[in-house]
Design a protein. Structure first.
Length: 417
């Protein structure tokens, strides 16, 4: 086995003595796979642990509504598929090589054999598997307030650590952690109602992003609707985004007034870091289901487009300053009366700022014309069409900003409690 692989094993299975490493080298199989090879299929039962020696692997999860979400990217000295060594539950995600990738493979059969002959190796592998399971459990059972406290502590730790991060690999690892936190806080599946349907799309410009969205069931008659954007793309901004998400979740349960919720989020961001050179733009609205009245605030965010039958596409009125920087903050509430058949598109500035190879912006006019052309589509199909057009316009160039879209469709039925 190459010396590089030996270093990987030492790094992953730290604490294992030389005799244990020698034995592990004898049973671990080295394989090289080309780009776009699926090593793990979601839903299938696996029996192999993979340790990455060279290359990168994307971890993707297909949701119940058919959308696919990127859970993370694994690189050298990381591993995946560890649950295959413990049970025969189906894989929770698919793993696909992004580049030519070299991996060490430990199969369930090999693991069982090593368990009999070398308890030290088995213990080292089991320790990593147990650590991973504990981390997953911690994230899944942590309550909203506990997450907020954890993020606040992580935010302070990252501020202090950034000055001393001189090694590129360590910085990449911090980015992975921030991305995992972000993904855990974004909604996996939006709530749906007989009288209202929702759809969403989010594509970060980088490994971590600053956009966030949510559809929040406040009570039987009220729904919170949120799209926001942190004005930065650093690790600092990623944690700021996570804190913002948590604050909106908490404060939306306290007030039905969008202005009061936004003011509380604004103050919470200032309390966390009043000296940070960073801010948040946001659209936050509360929809009253029986009356179809949407009350909202605009805090520096793009004005949503309203599609109504036999009428031109219009943008909602409103204005207001961003959140999280400078007091006092004055926000005004606006209302719009929705009707059956109406569709509302909320979007981040990544939609209109996307550029093609000639550096021409997608722009508001092109987005408005696209909505006009596809006004009869359902919320989900409209979102997919708009996202596809913007991504095609970008033509595989590196996106400058995150792309977030949320659509609301008013159905032809009355409020059902």
């Amino acid at each position: 086995m190459p010396s590089g692989a030996t270093g990987i094993l030492k790094n992953v299975f730290h604490g294992l003595d030389e005799s244990g490493l020698d034995e592990l080298r004898q049973v671990a199989q080295m394989h090289t796979y080309p780009k776009q090879t699926t090593l793990i299929h979601q839903g299938e039962v696996g029996r192999t642990l993979f340790v990455i020696v060279e290359g990168r692997v994307a971890v993707n999860q297909r949701l119940e509504d058919g959308q696919e979400r990127l859970l993370g990217i694994r690189g050298p000295r990381e591993f995946f598929g560890e649950l295959a060594l413990l049970d025969e539950t189906p894989r929770m995600a698919s793993c696909v090589t992004l580049t030519e990738t070299k991996v060490l493979e430990v199969t369930e059969e090999t693991f069982d054999r090593v368990l009999e002959t070398s308890p030290a190796i088995a213990y080292a592998i089991m320790r990593h598997v147990v650590d991973m399971l504990r981390e997953h459990d911690r994230v899944s059972i942590a309550g909203l307030l506990a997450k907020n406290k954890e993020l606040q502590e992580a935010y302070e730790e990252l501020k202090a650590a950034q000055a001393s991060l001189v090694e590129k690999e360590r910085m990449e690892r911090e980015l992975e952690i921030a991305a995992e936190v972000q993904r855990s806080l974004l909604p996996g599946k939006l709530p749906q109602y007989p009288d209202y349907q929702f759809a969403s799309f989010l594509q970060p410009a980088r490994q971590i992003g600053g956009d966030l969205y949510n559809v929040i069931a406040l009570d039987d008659e009220h729904i919170g609707l949120l799209v926001a954007d942190v004005a930065d793309k650093s690790v600092h901004a990623a944690l700021y985004m996570a804190v913002t998400t948590t604050l909106f979740q908490v404060e939306s349960k306290h007030f039905l007034s969008p202005a009061k919720v936004a003011q509380a989020v604004h103050q919470g961001l200032l309390d966390i870091s009043s000296e940070a050179d960073i801010f948040v733009t946001a659209f936050y609205g509360v929809l009253h289901r029986p009356s179809r009245k949407l009350t909202y605030v605009l805090a520096g965010q793009e004005r949503p487009f309203l599609l109504r039958e036999r009428q031109p596409v219009i943008s909602l009125s409103g204005h207001g300053r961003f959140l999280g920087m400078m007091n006092p903050l004055e926000l005004h509430e606006y209302t719009v009366q929705l009707h059956p058949g109406d569709k509302l598109l909320l979007y981040s500035d990544g939609a209109v700022d996307a550029e093609n190879r000639e550096q021409i912006r997608f722009g508001y006019d092109r987005l408005e014309a696209l909505l006009e052309k596809n006004r009869t589509l359902s919320a989900e199909k409209l979102i997919n069409t708009v996202a596809s057009e913007i991504i095609s316009w970008n033509d595989l160039l590196s996106a400058f900003d995150d792309l977030t879209l949320v659509a609301l469709e008013v159905m032809e039925v009355d409020f059902i409690k």
